[in-house]
Design a protein around this ligand. Structure first.
Ligand code: C5P
Length: 222
């Protein structure tokens, strides 16, 4: 395999991270979860009583923040100033606030620079919202992974239920739709399919089918 970069974008809950992780593992690429970086900053902001609308405050906080993504035995751990926040950044509180943090231009500028640094040597599978459009506009392969909001909410609902976590399908669906709206309508680098991205609608596909489809595209490019 050539050390290409693969960009995977799409709305919330489309299975981007699951698929990106599997693709990366198979071809020994590095998986970069850019959403985790925005989530980590959001968690830190909440910890420090920094308002998600306070852009200068967030920028200040980000300057004092070292975010590391480290693969430990196949599990991607997120460290913020050396503290493992892998679990914390998935809380519903962080999920509900992250899009407000991610809308700020100055925050995105810093995050994008860091993400581009990680992809400099190639060999990454990076997932997010603006990878194909802003972070890696020259990525050799761009995927836009979608599914209906009903399907995405159902998958998330079933995942929570199977873990024994209380979940309400309708409020999940509302939250997902709201996050998509915020991410798609923001001014800076909104969620959008890059013109040269290949769209995969996973609504009636299994995870393995999506991974297979992406692998076939990688092979085609070789
Ligand atoms: O991918 P995940 O759902 O963890 O992303 C959390 C949030 O981070 C998104 O809803 C979006 O607001 C923000 N994000 C972003 N740009 C990215 C990745 C994530 O704005 N490249």
């Amino acid at each position: 395999n050539k050390r290409i970069n693969i960009a995977i974008d799409g709305p919330a809950g489309a299975g981007k991270s699951t698929v990106a992780k599997m693709v990366a593992e198979e071809i020994s690429f590095i998986y970069v979860d850019t959403g985790a970086m925005y989530r980590a900053l959001t968690w830190y902001a909440l910890q420090n009583d920094c308002n998600v609308d306070d852009e200068p405050g967030l920028v200040n906080l980000l300057k004092k923040t070292d975010i590391q993504l480290i693969n430990q035995g196949g599990v991607l751990h997120i460290y913020l100033n050396k503290q493992d926040v892998t679990e914390e950044i998935r809380s519903s509180e962080v999920t509900g606030q992250v899009s407000y943090v991610a809308k700020h231009g100055e925050i995105r500028k810093e995050m994008v620079a860091k993400q581009q640094q990680l992809a400099l040597a190639g060999g990454t599978v990076m997932d997010g919202r603006d990878i194909g459009t802003a972070v890696l506009p020259h990525a050799e392969l761009k995927i836009f992974l979608t599914a209906t909001v009903e399907e995405r909410a159902t998958r998330r609902h079933e995942e929570l239920v199977s873990k024994g976590i209380k979940s309400d399908y309708l409020s999940l669906k509302k939250q997902i739709a709201q996050r998509d709206k915020l991410d798609s309508e923001r001014e800076v680098a909104p969620l959008k399919k890059a013109s040269d991205a290949i769209e995969i609608d996973s609504t009636s596909m299994t995870i393995n089918e999506v991974v297979e489809a992406i692998n076939a595209l990688i092979d085609k490019g070789d």
